[in-house]
Ligand binder design. Structure first.
Ligand code: PDD
Length: 288
């Protein structure tokens, strides 16, 4: 991991090696916490308000209060990213329910949250690799039923992604009751007859910030777009498949379960949307 300079922990900026939390932290013991991953381009945070709103929704869903005001978050995260104007970054933010005096399943009435944030460099080589098209497999979604919460309990996601990796694939597309929901770390879009389709928001997928932006950009571009369930059959009949996330942007899937998707190359609508996404990012770097 390339982590430079200082991290933020509970009100302090300090070197990563000096950042310490208790082994009784409920994040460590129970994965009792939530997180965000926010890209920063040229030192500028991408869709910050949307990420803060989702963080607060996740906190609320696990019965925690907002831990900072929007302005306080903006101050902390801007301070972390301002020394990284030369390279793109992903900012990792984690909030847990803090630590008690012992290990107890019961939610504490009083607690002091643990608040942590750090920057990691987003290598441009990873986007170059993705632009060539990635391979994916389908797997049954073995995760819990509250996938709309950005929970730090990611073992399900990690084991699913590893199964994809074992088969030399980048991502796993997850199926629940015969419908495709999302990737193990990404949201799902298909293209059929020039129409873009993505599953509607529900408890079975994360309300992705990149997903929302792709929907917004498709409207601007005049691309027809629908939020509708995607059956397993529709997935395999798709002309194009895309997977989106803050760190990987829009990944064109060119092979699914060893079969070519469409022409077996990143499709024309992906080319259009990917260019549009890059323009949007560059606007943030160099506002006109
Ligand atoms: N994950 N669905 C899941 C399960 C995810 O883990 C992610 C992103 C997404 C896409 O959300 P967004 O567009 O807001 O990044 C969808 C992040 C990047 C991660 O865990 O590192």
């Amino acid at each position: 991991m390339s982590t430079e300079s200082e991290v933020y922990l509970n009100g302090q900026f300090l070197p990563l090696a000096d950042a310490r939390i208790s082994v009784l932290d409920r994040g460590f013991l129970f994965a009792d916490g939530v997180y965000e991953v926010i890209p920063a381009y040229g030192g500028k945070l991408f869709r910050l308000q949307q990420h803060i709103d989702r963080l607060n929704n996740s906190l609320n869903a696990i019965r925690m209060q907002a831990v900072m005001t929007d302005q306080e978050w903006a101050n902390v995260l801007t301070k972390l990213t301002q020394s990284h104007t030369q390279s793109d970054q992903s900012v990792y933010v984690q909030v847990t329910r803090g630590s008690g005096n012992n290990r107890d399943h019961q939610l504490p009435v009083d607690y002091t949250p643990t608040i942590f944030a750090m920057c990691q460099t987003l290598p441009s080589s990873s986007l170059d690799f993705i632009a060539k098209g990635i391979k994916a497999i389908t797997l049954d979604d073995i995760r819990w039923d509250w996938c709309h919460i950005k929970s730090i309990a990611l073992l399900g996601n990690i084991l699913l992604k590893q199964q994809a990796s074992d088969q030399h694939c980048t991502e796993a597309i997850l199926l629940r009751d015969g419908f495709a929901t999302e990737g193990s770390a990404s949201n799902l879009f298909i293209v059929k007859n020039k129409q873009l389709i993505t599953p509607p928001k529900s408890h079975h997928l994360l309300p992705g910030i990149t997903r929302d932006l792709v929907l917004e950009l498709s409207l601007k571009e005049g691309i027809q777009c629908a939020e509708a369930e995607i059956s397993e059959k529709q997935l395999f009949d798709a002309d194009e498949i895309w997977l989106t996330s803050s760190t990987k942007e829009i990944m064109p899937v060119i092979e699914l379960n060893r079969q070519a998707v469409g022409s077996g190359q990143p499709g024309p609508l992906w080319q259009q949307m990917s260019a549009c996404y890059s323009d949007f990012k560059n606007q943030l770097r160099h506002p006109s």
